[in-house]
Design a protein around this ligand. Sequence first.
Ligand SMILES: [Zn+2]
Length: 122
Amino acid sequence: MSTTVETKAPIGRAFIAKDVQVKNELGAVVVAWGDGHTSTIPIERLRGYCPCAVCQGHGASQVTFIKNSCRAIFDAELVGRYAVHFKFADAHDTGIFRWDTLRKLDPAEADRWGPPEESLRG
Ligand SMILES: [Zn+2]
């Protein structure tokens, strides 16, 4: 564990989204977090790791990347205070991403969270 990780804000605030912006022109979703970090997450990556039961199977113990070429999101709405519901441009509309799931998909923090196949499991 590096010094950089240890000096970061408490982990709970890393899982509070302050702002979620769909930027279809970038093919990405930009999220501002409670610990001051900003994530830029490719839509193709979000679609590929969509946590819904259709994509990942009911009660599946594995998380797998669904190959896709989705570059846009038609609609995004908050689900309570803990998640966001994306309607992808490929007509897939059952994906609800909890804040911790979203954060762990930030490719810039791959070293912090580890591969989604492991960090999103369970
Ligand atoms: Zn899905």
